[in-house]
Design a protein around this ligand. Structure first.
Ligand code: ATP
Ligand code: MG
Length: 331
């Protein structure tokens, strides 16, 4: 069934979305998401970024109808997220996979195919193709419970794709993957984007996000701190960036000396371009922290506690134990 708003350009729209978790006495305990206005457009790969506890997973769960908002409105494909028709058009990879430990990978995909009422032949065909895609074909007969974290992540992604969803929601898709797996998943996400799928992903791996997302939004304290295309967010009008293939140190020195000569007041910084979004992210979060925006999430970590590293050296411990043992046998 096609809804009236199917031709609309946005897949997700939230207005004033707020989620407060209550304690036992129904008092507001944590405001995980506050007044979030989010728009995810059809066909884009959208990145939800933010430090631990900033409200990414809570937002995702509300979009899926797994959590009810305390306030505000959500529409997914122009409908409420709890609508059954909407659920059939979404693929979801949760932060933690909730797969049946006693099923093997092939049985798992087959089960999800059944839940979406796929024809047996189509189910079998998609299962094999997805196993191939995530590199688990050879291990497909092993129980999921025996899988390593990264292998479980891979089968989770395959599960999220079994219904050929129009909208794919991935909560930290590359967590626990090895570099090859990360690269493959990134390629898969990029290809899905090129095929016109809409993808929402949350991630901490900023270099990955920078590579694959059309637009990103940085959350802190459940609020949007910055939103836009990666290029827009990073373009700083008062700066000039020169991008080149890797240069030899002598070349860099020469370039630096030319700039110093021609523009004596100009600050020059040489670095790898992949850390651009990381710098922007850190600056955004630091400025949110500096302006005392309340966050129910993790705080910036502090210094190494002083008890660490002050223990006696291993040899000293051993020799004190030996002398204690010797004196106890003497008495
Ligand atoms: N079921 C819950 N009950 C109480 N508080 C919750 C619940 N779920 C989330 N929270 C709180 O809401 C805040 C946001 O959590 P959320 O899981 O959305 O963060 P996140 O951005 O996904 O973090 P991470 O990067 O660590 O996955 C946190 O303070 C968390 O403790
Ligand atoms: Mg999370």
């Amino acid at each position: 069934m096609v809804s009236a708003s199917d031709g609309a350009s946005s897949v997700v729209q939230t207005v004033g979305l707020t989620k407060t978790f209550k304690d036992f006495w129904r008092r507001d305990r944590v405001m995980a998401v506050r007044d979030l206005n989010l728009e995810i457009r059809r066909g884009e790969v959208f990145g939800l970024l933010g430090p631990n506890g900033s409200g990414k997973s809570t937002t995702i769960k509300m979009l899926l109808g797994l959590l009810y908002p305390s306030r505000g409105r959500i529409s997914v494909f122009g409908r409420p997220p709890t609508d059954v028709e909407v659920k059939g058009r979404i693929g979801f990879l949760p932060e933690e996979s909730h797969l049946y430990r006693f099923l093997n990978a092939r049985e798992t995909l087959d089960l999800y195919g059944r839940l979406f009422k796929l024809h047996p032949r189509l189910r079998a065909e998609r299962t094999e193709k997805l196993l191939e895609m995530v590199g688990l074909k050879r291990e497909a007969r092993r129980r999921i419970g025996e899988y390593s974290k990264g292998m479980a992540r891979r089968i989770g992604l395959a599960q999220a794709l079994i219904n050929d969803p129009e909208f794919l929601i991935l909560d930290e898709p590359t967590a626990g993957l090895d570099p090859i797996g990360m690269r493959q998943i990134k390629d898969v996400i990029r290809e899905l984007g090129e095929k016109g799928k809409t993808v929402l992903l949350s991630s901490h791996l900023l270099a990955d996000v920078e590579d694959i997302c059309d637009r990103v939004c940085i959350l802190y304290g459940g609020q949007v701190q910055a939103e836009g295309t990666v290029d827009d967010l990073l373009s700083q009008e008062d700066r000039t960036q020169i991008l080149a293939d890797k240069l030899r140190p002598e070349t860099i020195e020469r370039v630096e000396s030319v700039i110093r000569e021609m523009e004596p007041n100009c600050a020059v910084q040489v670095g790898s371009p992949t850390d651009r979004l990381e710098n922007f992210f850190l600056k955004t979060v630091e400025s949110a922290q500096a302006s005392n925006i309340h966050s129910a999430g993790a705080q910036a970590g502090g210094a190494l506690p002083d008890f660490l590293g002050t223990t006696e050296r291993a040899e000293d411990v051993v020799s004190s134990l030996v002398s204690a043992a010797a004196s106890s046998t003497r008495t």
